[in-house]
Design a protein around this ligand. Structure first.
Ligand code: HEC
Length: 110
């Protein structure tokens, strides 16, 4: 039995890695969704599109800033889709895709 222990450990480690990778969402897929759905307002780098900020009379916070990044995934999900006082609901993003988008937003962290 001892002989199989390393293999067993390897198997468990691999399993845990795969599980974490899935749970955390896929940042590459999220990037594509972000570019299609969020970029027009938040800009490619998350810093915000000044023209949109002006027309909506809001301050678009840098999505990579510590202030935004300290929020939990759940909070970010709610804020991403809105609605908030100033943000209309964002349509066309399924819950599973949202995990991917949040993974991408995490890559913007400074
Ligand atoms: C029509 C423009 C628009 C689109 C599209 C949009 N947002 Fe926003 N977003 C806003 C505005 C405006 C705010 C500020 C809301 C407020 O202050 O109440 C905001 C706020 C946020 C916040 C909160 C930042 C903070 O103030 O802490 C996050 C996170 C966010 N958006 C992510 C996303 C993601 C991810 C997407 C794509 C799924 C997206 N947004 C699409 C306009 C947009």
């Amino acid at each position: 039995m001892i002989r199989y222990k390393p293999i067993l450990i390897l198997f468990v480690v691999a399993f845990v890695c795969v599980t974490i990778a899935f749970a955390a969402g896929d940042a590459a897929k999220g990037k594509a969704i972000y570019q299609k759905t969020c970029q027009k307002c938040h800009a490619a780098d998350g810093k915000g599109n000044p023209a949109i900020a002006k027309s909506l009379k809001v301050e678009l916070k840098d999505l990579g800033s510590a202030e935004v990044q300290k929020k939990s995934d759940d909070e970010l999900k709610k804020l991403s889709l809105g609605p908030t006082d100033k943000k209309k609901p964002v349509k066309g993003v399924a819950p599973a895709q949202l995990d991917d988008v949040i993974s991408f937003v995490r890559t913007l962290k400074k």
